[in-house]
Write a protein of this length. Sequence first.
Length: 131
Amino acid sequence: ALDQRFGTGQTVLHILAMRGHLDLFLKVLKDHRCPKDLLNTLDNSGQSVLHATARGGRWDIYCYLLAHFDVSKLPLKDAEGVTVAHCAAQEGAVWFLRRLKITNPKILTEVDNEGRTILHSAALCNSPKAL
């Protein structure tokens, strides 16, 4: 079932978004009549499908979601205060960060619950490209 969760609480949409399978992601949304609330499902860390797109550096899926769904109810931060920008920095997704700088520059200055910026996230995860 589409709403079945893995051990981390991620749904199939989280996995497809993170792995960058736009064609499969769209197929699941359309062909399987994906319940809209499935996009609002958070994993065990409180991360949404938007966080998963950032972890995978998938700007195309991120933009698709913003354009076609009301994602305003999704939290910008997870349970630890991590934003999509933190996720992108951790993964070294420089292109994603550059696009966020244009579309949502404020998110680049957000800090997590421990006061870490995206630069801290990049350094902690050994992502020199994001620095």
